[in-house]
Design a protein around this ligand. Structure first.
Ligand code: DX5
Ligand code: ZN
Length: 226
């Protein structure tokens, strides 16, 4: 199984669990599964690559079995300095895919091979300061199955979408053939434009979890793209 199996009708909306209400995490995941969510985005920040420590394997171990039993996957976004250090534990904790940053390593092929050795699908991510051209070269070296274009500076949910991301997505679309993921400030108002710029995977944190009904918010964002 891989991203070609995980993307339905050319677009998936990925709830970013970092923005969830952790007092009600299980209920919110159940509601999203009930609304049709298949791909959950799981943000791992180490306090070095990005300022905050976010969530990690302890939480992943609790949630992955229920998501996978419902036919879903957990897509791990590693906002960390040493991504390969985490692969064994993430794989053992139920992660399906890992996406590591261009800015975090000079060895895309080696890091990607380490991920695959643990049975993890491979994505690469790039920050707003990094050019789509650099990201495309790095992705080719990694043999990445998806490329994540950040539309915010990574670290926190709830930041506004950076409008220049549309042009960066469109440029990237010309340079790579694998699916493009976009993360940061995506919601109902800009999902369609983001998809039309060339993105197949739309990560949405606060747009889903700030809504009193996360399942309904997920469904509205997905419907906006179809
Ligand atoms: C933060 C994370 C994002 C974040 C998105 O850097 O990578 O996935 O949770 O949250 P929103 O959609 O609120 O920008
Ligand atoms: Zn993320």
């Amino acid at each position: 199984m891989g991203w070609s199996d995980w993307i339905r009708d050319g677009v998936e909306v990925e709830p970013s669990l970092y923005a969830a209400d952790f007092m009600r995490l299980g209920a919110q995941i159940d509601a999203l599964l009930g609304a049709g969510t298949k791909v959950f985005h799981f943000d791992i920040g180490d306090g070095h690559f990005v300022p905050p420590v976010t969530i990690g394997p302890v939480v992943l171990r609790s949630i992955a079995p229920a998501i996978q039993a419902a036919g879903g996957i957990v897509d791990c976004h590693l906002m960390v300095d040493d991504p390969a250090h985490h692969f064994e534990e993430l794989a053992a904790s139920g992660g399906d895919s890992v996406t590591f940053h261009v800015e975090a390593t000079d060895d895309p092929a080696g890091v990607a091979a380490a991920a695959r050795a643990h049975g993890l699908a491979v994505g690469v991510a790039f920050n707003p300061e990094t050019s789509p051209g650099q990201a495309a070269s790095f992705a080719a070296a990694a043999g990445a199955e998806i490329v994540l274009c950040m539309s915010i500076h990574p670290g926190y949910s709830g930041q506004p979408f950076m409008a220049d991301a549309f042009a960066r997505i469109a440029l990237l679309r010309e340079l790579i053939t694998v699916p493009i993921q976009v993360d940061g400030g995506v919601g109902e108002s800009n999902a369609r434009e983001t998809h039309e710029a060339g993105a197949a995977l739309l990560v949405a944190g606060s747009a889903i979890f700030a809504d009193p009904d996360p399942g309904a918010a997920y469904a509205r964002i997905r419907a906006a793209c179809l």
